[in-house]
Design a protein around this ligand. Sequence first.
Ligand SMILES: C[S@@+](CC[C@H](N)C(=O)[O-])C[C@H]1O[C@@H](n2cnc3c(N)ncnc32)[C@H](O)[C@@H]1O
Length: 251
Amino acid sequence: MDSNKKKVVHDENDKGHRYGNFHSYYNFHPPSDRIVPLFEKYFPNLMDVIIQHPNNDNNDNNDNSNPTFIANEKKGEEKRRMLTYCDLGCNEGDLTLAMANELHKRSSLNVRSFGIDIDAELIRRANKKCETLLKDDGVEASFEGGDLTNASDHLNVCENFFRSDADCRSDEEAGEGEGEGKQIQRHRRVCFDLCSIFSTTMWIHVHSGDEGLKLFLKRASAMCNVLLIEPQPSKWYGYFCYFYSQEDVFV
Ligand SMILES: C[S@@+](CC[C@H](N)C(=O)[O-])C[C@H]1O[C@@H](n2cnc3c(N)ncnc32)[C@H](O)[C@@H]1O
């Protein structure tokens, strides 16, 4: 990929072809067709991997321990009662909410889920869908807009999610001036039990190049215990090139 080209500007009239922000995506990709094979065929031990992750063995010397669990302990609640889940590139939320319901069903733990997408209209719809698609009181969800190719956007929205109820350290303590070490410190206090990236890596790749994709994946994995990626096959890149071969993108 040519990494000398610049990013394109978001065009509202694009109908989803530029960022994959399709507005009727779930009419032709029902979450039920994806959830069952995911848990039963491809990753039958996914729940065990999440629940038994060593970072959940929370102790004072473990810098990587999950802040959700720490917060619960501080409040005197049972140590393991909540899972946190983040879906990167969530579109209008149907798959995120189906995943959250499934994680709750399979673990019997409360689930707090969070989705991020670049398209504000999709985020508005996703927040609205929480009213109808969440199946149990033990599952919560919220969605925020953000550009995942932008490190500050990515980190800030995730921090806000944890800040909303966890007892995070202050910004001064974590460092605002942002050397690489400070950024890693900030990532460490933002740790989801599970992050997913479903059919979004290609869009990140074509807009931010090889290096941008690598950095995005590095950030995503630093902010979770378990990272689940459904990459697009290379032949799909041809579709994007067909539409945007004349544009200033990384193809
Ligand atoms: C093909 S859809 C996949 C939606 C969902 N993850 C799924 O698999 O059902 C890709 C999503 O990634 C989002 N996206 C693309 N580039 C993004 C970026 N830089 N930041 C945040 N979201 C982005 C799009 O808006 C779109 O909703």
